[in-house]
Ligand binder design. Sequence first.
Ligand code: PGA
Length: 271
Amino acid sequence: MTQSTNKSGGPMSRGYLVAGNWKMNGSSASNAALVEGLLRGIAECPAIDVLVCPPALYLDAVRRHIGAAPIAVGGQNLSDEREPGAYTGELHASMLNDVGCSHVLVGHSERRTLYGENDACVARKFVVAQAGGLIPVLCIGETLAEREADQTEIVLKRQLDAVIAAAGIGAFINAVVAYEPVWAIGTGRTASVEQAQAAHAFIRGVLAANDAKIANSVRLLYGGSVKADNAASLFSCEDVDGGLIGGASLKAPEFLAICASAQILAASLDA
Ligand code: PGA
């Protein structure tokens, strides 16, 4: 086995990460039920990393409920301000860290399109997240119009380069990149295995042009209508190291089934 295919073993191990993005969904009661469901099944996925990203208001409660179980907690967004202060309604990276978050999503397409976050803003958030001790999950991806105009690689490179310019390639040692084609998010329309692998290989290539070793170590997640029945084929792509799951992360059995797909692949790589 070559190192580049070795996702879960060996010195350049990447391993699988399955992350749930709960978006603006849930309540104290429904979150507790969801976490209970996850806690019942998570022990069956010891060879992968699992992350959930609840709405900010519930991060502390979810983190406490999870306790010592192997499920990491992350924020969905953070302020791009370097220092805490008079920024009404915003959340500083240190606050996410304070309540036990290890990760934070940065640049999700909903933030980019609905809340006007441009590449420069996303790059600032990436930098501030790391400065606050968090692992940014940098989300990038093209719209349908951009794909149809053959702009996919140009868009992905632009989105990545903005962060590389601001943070430096070395920062990617402590980061995750999620490829989420905008046309596949919440639409039930998933990228084909070929489309996903091609985009992921391109992303890794952009990183490798800056530092091949770092590029080989960065986990690249696929996101966009991942479900229990398509996870295994997507996750078996050479450059797909897991998924960022929206709708299907809100039901414990479905999310655990997606985790199980990664677990099976991780266990087979370990064997
Ligand atoms: P989806 O969302 O799985 O509901 O398509 C993915 C995401 O937005 O991260």
